[in-house]
Design a protein around this ligand. Structure first.
Ligand code: C5P
Length: 305
């Protein structure tokens, strides 16, 4: 029996948190011949999180149980991440995945990608796997464009399809201390949002460079550089998102931006009282809202029992 298999027997259960993200910027540079788009995007993990519990089973199968029934199947990225590791190792160890979903799905908050990255990190620690960072990165990138970012989280500039991750300095502006997220009722497919882009939505990466440089210099990013190249198309095509944006602005939010491919909007606030005031107004209009903050997760988020 290998060292790793002994380690797996000594601990039967493993919990891990998977954090959501927002995109401070998202420059779409061009469409590549493979259909993907070349991006430059500044992302930050936030404290809205899913909780995943992994349990060893004796039946050599992967079981996926999620609090959101539509995600209780083996297509779930968390299940695909377990399978990816088992295939890589040539192991048949059975695993039951219980996923307590709090991050809205298909919302632009990276929930599925974060679950996948959390599973990779958890299995590495639980089974004491000798995976290098390069091994983990290549498994992560094969699961989805945002998955590599979630291996480290925090604040990072992500380029290429999103898989080239450069961590930025751990600085977060006081003007963005509180983040109000609003998830309109619709769900959007990332692929459909990218397909709807026109060439006029493309930028050269200036916005992401300017915001990265400002944050690295511990200064507030210039507001006109908090640009998301997917926003124009989403606001034009989905009136529910445009209406939600108007409602946030009317309620007193100074800045409102789309996160990723949406439809979630985020509004930053310096003070909790102002964020709560807008949150209450949005709740009175029956919007789904979350009050969150930036967080820098550590691998210590894995708990073994
Ligand atoms: O990589 P992931 O599976 O998360 O991407 C979902 C879809 O989003 C892709 O199939 C593609 O249509 C689109 N996408 C893109 N360019 C990227 C990332 C995603 O066009 N850089």
């Amino acid at each position: 029996m290998s060292h790793a298999q002994q380690a797996q027997i000594s601990s039967k259960v493993c919990f891990v948190r998977a954090y959501a993200k927002i995109n401070l910027t998202l420059d779409v540079l061009r469409r590549q011949p493979d259909g993907y788009h070349e991006l430059a995007t500044v992302m930050q993990t936030i404290d809205l999180h899913d909780t995943i519990c992994l349990t060893a089973t004796g039946d050599q199968r992967v079981h996926m149980i999620c609090t959101t029934p539509a995600l209780s199947n083996l297509d779930n990225l968390a299940a695909r991440a377990v399978d990816k590791v088992r295939q890589r190792l040539g192991w048949h160890q059975g695993v039951r995945i219980e996923l307590y979903k709090r991050i809205p799905m298909a919302a632009g908050l990276g929930g599925g990608s974060s679950d996948a990255a959390a599973v990779l990190l958890a299995l590495r620690q639980w089974w004491q796997l000798p995976f290098s960072s390069t091994d983990l990165l290549s498994m992560a990138a094969s699961l989805g464009s945002d998955v590599p970012f979630f291996l480290t989280g925090g604040l990072a500039l992500c380029e290429g399809r999103g898989e080239r991750v450069s961590p930025l300095v751990r600085y977060w502006p006081a003007s963005m201390r509180w983040l109000l997220l609003l998830k309109p009722v619709i769900s959007l497919s990332t692929a459909a949002v990218f397909r709807a882009l026109s060439a006029t939505d493309y930028t050269d990466g200036t916005h992401s460079k300017a915001v990265s440089a400002a944050l690295n210099a511990h200064s507030d990013p210039p507001l006109d550089h908090l640009h998301n190249g997917l926003e124009r198309s989403v606001l034009e095509r989905y009136p529910a998102v445009a209406q939600a944006r108007e409602d946030l602005l009317s309620a007193g939010a100074a800045v409102v931006r789309l996160s990723g491919s949406g439809p979630t909007l985020f509004a930053p606030f310096a003070e909790l009282a102002s964020a709560l005031d807008v949150q209450h107004q949005m709740q009175a209009m029956e919007y789904e809202v979350y009050l969150s903050r930036a967080t820098n997760p550590s691998h210590g988020d894995v708990s073994l029992f």
